[in-house]
Design a protein around this ligand. Sequence first.
Ligand SMILES: Nc1ncnc2c1ncn2[C@@H]1O[C@H](COP(=O)(O)OP(=O)(O)OP(=O)(O)O)[C@@H](O)[C@H]1O
Length: 251
Amino acid sequence: MLLALESVDVELGGVSILRDINFEVERGQTFGIVGPNGAGKTTILNVVSGVVPTVRGEVLFKGERLTGTSPHKVRNHGIGRSLQSTQYFTHLTVLNLVSLGQLKNSVWGALRFSDHRRTQFEAASRSRAMEVLELLDLTSYAHRPLGELSSAVQKLADMARALAVGNELILLDEPTSGVSASERGAIAEALAEMRRLGRTIVLIDHDPGFVVSNCDQLMAMNFGEVLRVGEPGAVMSSAEVKRSYLGQSAE
Ligand SMILES: Nc1ncnc2c1ncn2[C@@H]1O[C@H](COP(=O)(O)OP(=O)(O)OP(=O)(O)O)[C@@H](O)[C@H]1O
């Protein structure tokens, strides 16, 4: 088991957001999470990546306590994360996005680098960035600003950023959102490459079909609670998931 959440509760602004969340992700597995808007999927990624605190329960990574670890230290465990949107980084080139994503500390920390350390960091991060861009077939976009590229390529660049850091675990938040149906294959192919590389992945997407066809285990949520965890087909066809997530009759 690589990642586990045990009895996790989250409150934000005094409101209960997650209640009694329990699941385990095995090494090398892709673990999908589905649920309607506001179910709490992104909050789970925020808890694992250290952005949101828990009020109860534990996050375990390789059997050790990750709960309460700050985001840059979480990243030092080899945990990478893609963002729901790259809208704030449109001026960056693909190469810069993937290079900067490897900063070990805050930007403030980076500004305190000596010239020598900055040069070393730039060389190492660029070379790592070029490696992952090649893996995801993005080399030809390396020097293009994100704002000039299609949503699909922007998403792929952000997946590359997550891959550059996520040697162990990659958290993917809505990789197909805003991507046209004809370009979804490229996202699925990048995901397949991450799986071939042996990465463990937690995958959230608004399109349950995309998650189901690209995961090994599936968790369905609603209203901040786990409805069911298991084999994807069985989870999606269970009466409670149909009823609450798909809004279909259970019969
Ligand atoms: N900082 C915050 N303060 C208060 N409530 C929040 C905060 N962040 C999220 N929420 C609420 O927590 C709930 C879960 O949000 P979350 O983004 O995790 O859901 P989600 O399943 O990822 O939904 P979506 O598919 O819309 O992104 C929502 O009701 C949301 O309004």
